[in-house]
Design a protein. Structure first.
Lengths: 237, 249
């Protein structure tokens, strides 16, 4: 992926119009369009159609991914169970899909209102950094606590991958959180307001109503047994 | 799934300068590689297709898991929101609408509605559609990368706008650097589909085969790329073999 990414950048940057700010190529909506235009001898607008296909396919894939996550969280009652409501004989979760598309639409309106092109990617990036940092923490706990569980893949870098990853994502957070520039304030305010709201919701409703969904119980059953014996061991010895 | 990020928006990041942007790609690429390795080990023990919150729930406690889930949703929703907006921008250009046109929200609404309806149709054969679309996107990218070779001139175009030549300052840099992750967007979400993978060793062989074919096919066109290809394929095989020998599978 890193190789493909670098190759793509070199290819886009090394042909007309290059990275010249005068030609405004760095502000083009679709960076590959000039290349397609050169290759097929078509107009810039026609070349944009070739960029539409990956956008459409990625949007479909994202709906599927978000839907899986919403389903899992709603099954555990971390989110309203209505998101798992299914309609008709085919049992289609129409409400969940409609919710995803509505949220996407509202986000697009929010981003238009803020009027900075970086807001959307920065918010996603910031949220992602927090998730990834927590995953590195989880990995350390996982390695320590579940070291004897059978696995089909072992991280060849083991614990060494953690400080490297933490450094990279802390650096990422620095760009969004610490540097005090105007787009960052909107992103930080939005993200922490949302998290605060969700925390209130957790203490008001989720804490008393949450449960382990069937899929969670199935996957994590073994882990829970080990965890409980681990704590018993910790308490008694 | 992840290729969509390679064809939209990331070029805004070039405003910090070509070399700086390449450096940012390298740094964040390593970060994603580390994340991928850690998550892969956890997934190999417990393949949960509901996202990271499941792992965080057992390893960080209920509140930690819940907050990770909420944060993950925000990430996914904001990344998802980019693509229909890009489709909307395409139609804006086609219909010659300005960025302040009052009909843009309506256009976006129609696009989201079409997306919703189209997903209702394809959801029953989702994996077939996504496999075909992945293949189509890879072919499009290869056409682009190989077809562009005759018109490449690194010295003339890539180095026009360097960091030292002056950009929009700190604000520009802060906005642009996170765009380097566009290439890796969705990579972290692959773990969400882990429960669907039945035979890991089969896919490993398939990927190695693909890498070798890629190396053989590309090298004659770009000789300097041989070094990069050999290094990346060797690293991949080394990591795979080491992991296989460690798990005794």
């Amino acid at each position: 992926m890193i190789v493909l990414a670098c190759w793509m950048i070199v290819t886009v940057s090394s042909q007309y119009p290059g990275t010249s700010p005068k030609l405004a190529s760095v502000r083009e909506y679709f960076p590959l369009s000039y290349g397609y235009s050169n290759i097929f001898h078509i107009t810039y607008r026609q070349a944009m159609i070739l960029n539409m296909l990956p956008c459409l396919f990625t949007a479909w894939a994202m709906i599927y991914i978000i839907s899986s996550q919403l389903e899992a969280m709603a099954s555990s009652r971390l989110l309203p169970e209505i998101l798992n409501h299914r309609v008709g004989e085919s049992e289609i979760p129409v409400l969940r899909y409609a919710f995803i598309c509505t949220m996407g639409f509202l986000i697009s309106l929010y981003v238009s209102a803020v009027k900075t092109y970086g807001t959307q990617s920065q918010t996603a990036f910031m949220a992602g950094c927090f998730v990834y940092l927590s995953m590195f923490y989880c990995y350390v706990v996982f390695k320590w606590r579940y070291s004897h569980m059978e696995r089909t893949f072992r991280n060849p870098l083991s614990y060494f991958s953690v400080p490297i990853g933490v450094f990279v994502y802390m650096l990422g957070l620095y760009f969004v959180l610490v540097d005090d520039v105007s787009p960052n304030r909107a992103v930080t305010l939005f993200y922490f307001s949302y998290m605060l709201f969700m925390t209130f919701y957790y203490f008001l409703y989720v804490e008393t109503h949450q449960k382990f969904s069937e899929s969670e119980a199935k996957v994590f059953f073994k882990a829970y047994i080990i965890k409980s014996t681990f704590f018993l061991h910790f308490c008694f010895f | 799934m992840k290729f969509g990020g390679s064809c939209v928006r990331w070029n805004y990041g070039l405003s910090i300068g070509f070399e700086d942007f390449i450096l940012a790609i390298g740094v964040f690429g390593i970060g994603y590689l580390m994340l991928g390795l850690c998550v892969a080990e956890m997934v190999s023990v417990m393949a949960f297709d509901g996202g990271y919150y499941g792992y965080a729930r057992i390893l960080m406690g209920p509140l930690g898991g819940y907050l990770v889930g909420c944060s993950g949703l925000i990430e996914s929703f904001f990344y998802f929101g980019m693509f229909p907006v890009k489709i909307s921008q395409f139609f804006q250009l086609l219909l010659r609408m300005t960025s302040t046109d009052p009909y843009i929200p309506l256009l976006r609404f129609i696009i989201y509605l079409c997306l919703f309806l189209s997903f209702l149709i394809i959801q029953f054969r989702f994996w077939e559609y996504i496999t075909i679309s992945g293949f189509v996107v890879i072919v499009l990218f290869l056409i682009y990368l190989l077809g562009s070779i005759p018109s490449l001139d690194y010295r003339e175009y890539a180095l026009i706008h360097t960091h030292s030549s002056g950009t929009g300052g700190a604000e520009q840099e802060v906005e642009s650097t996170p765009l380097s992750v566009m290439f890796f967007m969705g990579f972290d979400l692959i773990s969400l589909t882990s429960a669907h993978v039945k035979d890991v060793s089969y896919y490993f062989v398939l990927v190695v085969y693909f890498c070798v074919m890629y190396f053989l096919f590309i090298s004659p066109f770009q000789p300097w790329w041989i070094i990069v290809s050999v290094l990346s394929v060797s690293l991949f095989i080394f990591l795979g073999e080491k992991s296989c020998s460690a798990c005794h599978c």
